[in-house]
Design a protein around this ligand. Structure first.
Ligand SMILES: [Cu+2]
Length: 206
């Protein structure tokens, strides 16, 4: 379920600040989405500089940026992009920015990080954890393989009104090519959970 917080507006100053924040967020989102589609790394702490003159596969970490936002048309939460490609046999850092400020508490299984490099995820760029409080989860990024959890990354709720996102980052490496379906396992709504492009999508590993 999505909780909509009421934005406190006490003065013109607050309105001005809110407007400039939303312009900033819109610009940031546009940049992130464009960068994701163009495959431009936005700053990797582990990636090597690109090889001169080459766009072929390298061993550098590939960065993928995903945003969880509320769809303005139907109000459902959705991952953007939901479908994307990564390279096999190289570390892929997925960074998820969650603007959804509603929790969808999960069982302990889906509050536990699974299948990432080191079995950890980094919260808000600072805290590295293997487990989060199940009650704080908004969504998960989960892949099943033959009925077993191959990857699970719990995504904590965005604070306050959701203007500032929570951030989850982790590294995963795919050892085979093919198409993998990901799902959110937090009970965030039967519509988004069953509709490709919202809380399920596909990863093409090439
Ligand atoms: Cu979800």
């Amino acid at each position: 379920m999505i909780a909509y917080a009421t934005l406190p507006v006490h003065s013109d100053l607050h309105i001005a600040v809110g407007a400039s924040v939303s312009v900033f967020v819109t610009a940031l989102l546009t940049w992130m989405v464009a960068a994701t589609f163009l495959g431009v790394p936005l700053g990797s702490s582990t990636g090597a500089p690109p090889a001169p003159g080459g766009s072929g596969p390298t061993s550098a970490t590939q960065n993928v940026f995903l945003t969880i936002q509320i769809n303005p048309g139907n109000g459902w939460p959705q991952y953007v992009p939901a479908n994307f490609s990564v390279a096999a046999h190289v570390p892929v850092r997925l960074t998820i920015f969650d603007y959804d400020n509603g929790t969808s508490a999960v069982s302990d299984e889906f509050a536990t990080v699974r299948g990432t490099v080191g079995g950890m995820e980094t919260l808000n760029g600072t805290e590295t954890v293997s487990h989060v409080d199940p009650a704080t989860v908004a969504h998960t990024f989960t892949i099943f393989e033959r009925g077993a959890v191959m990857l699970n990354a719990p995504v904590p709720v965005a604070a306050g009104s959701g203007v500032a996102p929570s951030e989850v980052s982790f590294v995963v490496e795919f050892n085979s090519t093919g198409t993998f379906t990901w799902n959110c396992m937090a009970p965030c709504g039967p519509g988004p959970m069953s509709t490709p492009g919202f809380m399920t999508g596909s990863i093409s590993v090439e």
